[in-house]
Design a binder for this molecule. Sequence first.
Ligand code: NAD
Length: 285
Amino acid sequence: TGMIIDGKALASEVEAETKVRVDELAALGGRPGLATIIVGDNPASAMYVRIKHSACDRVGIRSENVNLPEGAGIDEILETIRGLNEREDVSGILLQLPLPRELDPARAMAAIDPAKDVDGFHPMNMGSLLAGAEGLVPCTPKGIIWALERLGVDLEGKEAVIVGHSNVVGKPLAAMMLNRNATVSVCHVFTKDLASHTRKAEVLVVAAGVPGLIRGDMVRPGAYVFDVGINRVGGRTVGDVQFDEVIGVAAAVTPVPGGVGPLTVSILMSQTAKAAEMKMKMKEG
Ligand code: NAD
């Protein structure tokens, strides 16, 4: 039976590394700061932002949240972002999604200073990633890449299969895996015969938001399986992978909760430190 990948333990390692960097920055007078923006009163968004702020407290990153009212328009959001772009003490800006109503997240993301875009969603950072230069990149895929390195899994020449082609997870992860010379397949809701793809995967990442989508017989023996899904089912949080079945087939699987989630938050911390380091280097010339 396979190993359970302890996302919390991996996240603690990332946070410990980050804290050292934050302390150095603070000693040079540039303690990193993270500003989050929530629009409206989505309880899930409030919870995610709380989790991110607690991580900031643990590593010594200053944090603040701007909560705009449910009825806020795009101009109000853009105005808030511009104000944070200007501020010396704000190294990273994170707009918590989803936005209410018809508000266009892409327009808001594009207004964030690319050098403060700690979520890596700005088109310039997405473009750099695709071109092979990984500056500030999306946190969830970066966390998976970090975990694979830490587990000693070299992606070069590996069959990697990603289920889900969102801008947040699937697409940026595909780019990161290609940058490391894996053979990458990206499946999604229109994929015919999903199992024929997933069965080939030496590294399988599932980000579909469909509870229990991946059964044991869809997984290649010895695979590394990352379950990104977060689904509420009958008051419990479950992933997209049938953990009990898949753990018997795979080499290693991330649990939900306690897998990819905490890792993602810890990478947000390291990217906020990275943004602050980049700014410090620019000032030094
Ligand atoms: P999304 O919700 O925007 O899109 C879902 C993707 O899955 C699409 O590509 C869709 O085509 C595909 N899909 C849906 N049903 C499918 C099916 N039956 N078979 C194959 N593919 C299918 O994607 P997202 O924003 O990446 O979120 C995916 C899941 O990951 C959600 O549960 C979300 O909550 C979770 N998530 C977790 C983290 C984390 O930090 N752990 C971060 C981001 C997202």
